[in-house]
Design a protein around this ligand. Structure first.
Ligand SMILES: Nc1nc2c(c(=O)[nH]1)N[C@H]1C(S)=C(S)[C@@H](COP(=O)(O)OP(=O)(O)OC[C@H]3O[C@@H](n4cnc5c(=O)[nH]c(N)nc54)[C@H](O)[C@@H]3O)O[C@H]1N2
Ligand SMILES: Nc1nc2c(c(=O)[nH]1)N[C@H]1C(S)=C(S)[C@@H](COP(=O)(O)OP(=O)(O)OC[C@H]3O[C@@H](n4cnc5c(=O)[nH]c(N)nc54)[C@H](O)[C@@H]3O)O[C@H]1N2
Ligand code: SF4
Ligand SMILES: [Mo]
Length: 672
């Protein structure tokens, strides 16, 4: 019997696990009390790592499309076939004819993170897409504009704050995002026990809202108005406190002017939040010794995601809560992705998409337009797709149309351990080893963590002779495509750790199986700032320009019903729905409808309704709820039987290119 320690890589919380293996079988899995970040906290998904390991439905060797379904094929034959087909498409139609899509688990897996790029660079396409533009792109754009680099994302110092304002996030269920904070329930309790307050702004009274001191409903898509009202109040009432960073802050006057028209009274009818409530929150926030505003996916996947993330950062800055303990801070990870970053080197908008002319950001185009690039004829039309750890049919807008378009492509390669709604269209699937089978270091999530720690973990279980690690797959493909082999991820990781700010190494970290604790977040400005003029920009031009679009919404009519999404404790985006342990009990793919709205519509619990948007229609059982704001319904995303993304469409946040996946106007009709 052996005991292993490692971080769970299923979500951003990176909880430490203690795993017992007996004769190759995993006999126990629980939280590691000695992990310096998670202190033993885990969620129900962790145990599903065992199921993923033993799952008979998981692919372990390559398959190729044949007349009657997928058929097994050897690794070398599969690599040769893929290379030949990609080359064919490139030589017939040009490099841009191959599109790539990187999904979420790619960033949760250091093997893939550190080697997929080596393969992707052998393709000359501009049609690179990822889950970033249905997720956190607005955070990156705001960080670039304000701090000089997309990866300089500030993180709420939840453990030391006295006032936590949460907008559009439900960390008690999602376990935190762009805020790696395992055991969030305990952290929230600790905040309240030390006399602090948690305030939640959400169209749904979520699990987090129920555990907070205050919750206020907000009409979906109006957070930018609410944030501007907070900021204008803080300026008008003389509550600005720019603190230690004052000499670095540029654009404070422009910010004041920009916010001025958006008084709490002016925006109240639109946001649904009374003016006196907004003023009270502004005063409490500005008056708290340590306060932090945190806005996550509910803010990013709306029409004004860029404005929202800018204003969250700006609110923290003008109240003296940026780069201060208890405010918004920057982690300093042992493997620092910004190690070689130079001030002013990142530019957005170097090229545009062929069909809609949407701007590139950090080498990627908005995934909302991937479908247009596949279906619009002409030079550069996409004919082939490579997906890595993704399921865009369920995760990106206009899913049903994308599903049809994929069926018509010349070639689809999926690097994924499962047949899903997207990879079912693949001509070849290359399934990597995953989960407990792989070596792991959280390259990304230590950048988002509320405390500086580090851990490298070895595999818990061996792989079979006929399985391959993801980096072996990327290396084999890169060799065939370009004649060059890739540096193994462990070597890259080791170099990064050695030259990084903690001067450590893989070997040194392996000597600490529970992880190494580097302590709480520390102020780092201006040292880490990457703007060309070494200042923090509180009023970026891109954001100021977008206020015209926001102002126009103030007097728009309000839709009778809009749909938003939600996450659930036992779900993981579009996958793991088949894992039995996580899916016992009643169907959770339900439409939450406010009880009074349901009564008016004549709907009872579990009645099947048809939900129709401009783009599509789904049928789903109703769950009447006192949690929902009136006029707002909620459907979880990622379910094939009623996919929220069959209702979403072409809309993007013009400032950032992120998809609009929330606040979708819908009609609801009972089916007799
Ligand atoms: N309407 C709406 N849509 C949304 C969202 C929303 O809130 N509302 N959320 C968006 C967000 S935040 C995200 S991140 C996206 C997620 O969207 P995607 O990233 O497209 O989808 P996932 O469901 O995460 O897909 C996971 C796939 O990765 C595979 N996988 C798991 N582990 C590994 C591994 O180690 N290696 C490889 N190669 N593959 C692996 C799984 O088998 C599965 O097929 O969805 C987005 N879509
Ligand atoms: N169990 C579980 N955990 C997950 C995931 C999962 O699928 N399952 N997915 C992971 C991923 S990829 C991500 S990105 C993170 C996301 O982490 P979170 O951002 O915490 O995600 P959600 O739980 O979807 O919370 C978003 C909240 O925004 C609210 N909302 C919707 N529209 C609006 C709006 O216009 N304004 C405001 N103020 N609120 C709005 C919703 O009601 C919801 O409560 O979660 C991660 N963790
Ligand atoms: S919260 Fe996330 S990291 Fe922690 S055990 Fe659950 S899935 Fe794993
Ligand atoms: Mo995400």
């Amino acid at each position: 019997m052996t005991t292993h320690y490692r971080a769970c890589n299923l979500c951003e919380a990176i909880c430490g696990l203690r795993i017992t293996v007996d004769d190759g079988r995993i006999t126990d899995l629980r939280g590691d009390p000695d992990d310096p970040l998670s202190h033993g906290a885990i969620c129900p998904k962790a145990t599903a790592l065992i199921d993923l390991h033993t799952d008979p439905r998981r692919l372990r060797t390559p398959v190729v499309r044949s007349a009657d379904g997928f058929a097994p094929i050897g690794w070398d034959d599969a690599f040769d076939l893929v290379t030949q087909r990609l080359r064919e498409v490139e030589s017939r139609f040009g490099g841009d004819a191959v599109a790539t899509y990187l999904g979420n688990p790619n960033v949760h897996n250091s093997g893939s993170m550190l080697s997929s790029g080596g393969f992707l660079r052998t393709l000359s396409t501009r049609n690179r897409f990822s889950a970033t533009s249905v997720d956190q792109l607005p955070h990156h754009v705001a960080a670039l504009d304000m701090f000089g680099h997309p990866m300089l994302l500030p993180i709420p110092d939840v453990d030391r704050t006295g006032y936590l304002l949460i907008l559009g996030a439900n960390p008690l269920v999602s376990n935190g995002s762009i805020m790696t904070a395992p055991g969030m329930r305990a952290r929230l309790r600790a905040l309240r026990e030390r006399g602090g307050r948690a305030v939640v702004i959400d169209p749904r009274r979520t699990e987090t809202a129920a555990a907070a001191d205050e919750h206020h409903f907000i009409r979906p898509g109006t957070d930018a108005l609410f944030l501007l009202a907070l900021i204008s109040t803080i300026f008008n009432e003389g509550l600005v406190r720019d603190g230690r960073l004052a000499p670095l802050l540029a654009g404070i006057e422009e910010l004041r002017e920009a916010a001025a028209p958006f008084t709490p009274e002016r925006v109240a009818a639109r946001t649904g939040i009374a003016a006196n409530t907004t003023r009270a929150i502004a005063r409490a926030f500005a008056g708290a010794p340590h306060a932090v505003a945190y806005g996550r996916i509910g803010l990013s996947i709306q029409a004004f995601g860029g404005l929202c993330q800018w204003l969250v950062n700006a609110l923290n800055a003008i109240t003296g809560n940026l780069d201060e303990p208890g405010g918004m801070m920057w982690p300093l990870p042992a493997f620092d992705m910004l190690l070689r970053a130079k001030p002013g080197e990142i530019h957005a908008g170097r090229y545009r998409s062929r069909v809609r002319g949407l701007a590139e950001f950090n080498g990627e185009l908005p995934v909302t337009t991937m479908l247009d690039e596949m279906t619009t004829p002409g030079d550069g039309q996409v004919r082939a797709l490579v997906t890595i750890a993704g399921n865009p049919v369920l995760s990106t807008p206009n899913g049903a149309a994308l599903d049809r378009a994929l069926a018509r492509l010349d070639f689809v390669l999926a690097i994924d351990p499962y047949v899903n709604e997207t990879t079912r269209h693949a001509h070849v699937i290359l399934p990597p080893a995953m989960g407990l089978e792989v070596e792991h270091y959280d390259v990304v999530f230590h950048h988002f963590a509320v405390r500086n720690t580090a851990r490298v973990n070895l595999p818990v279980v061996d792989i079979d002779e006929d399985q391959r690690y993801d980096w072996q797959i990327f290396d084999a493909l890169a060799q065939r495509m370009s004649g060059k082999s890739l540096t193994p991820p462990r070597e890259r990781l080791d170099q990064g750790l050695r030259f990084g700010p903690r001067h450590t190494s893989v070997e040194a970290l392996l000597a600490h199986p529970h992880g190494v604790d580097y302590g709480p977040l520390e102020p780092c400005m201006p040292e880490r700032l990457l703007t060309a003029d070494a200042r923090i920009h509180l009023a970026p031009q891109r954001m100021l320009d977008d206020l015209t679009r926001l102002r126009a919404t103030l007097d728009e009519p309000i839709a009778q019903f809009v749909a938003i999404g939600r996450r659930q404790l036992r779900s993981n985006n579009s996958w793991m729905h088949h894992i039995e342990r996580l899916n016992r009990g009643p169907d959770r793919c339900t439409l939450l409808v406010n009880v009074d709205d349901a009564a008016e519509l004549g709907l009872i619990d579990r009645a099947i309704v048809e939900v129709t948007s401009e783009h599509g229609c789904v049928r789903v059982p109703v769950e009447t709820s006192v949690e929902m704001m009136r006029g707002v319904v909620s459907l979880p995303h990622g379910y094939a039987r009623a996919s929220l993304n069959d209702l979403t469409g072409d809309a993007i946040d013009a400032a950032t290119g992120n998809a609009v996946l929330g606040g979708i106007p819908v009609r609801i009709a009972a089916i007799d």
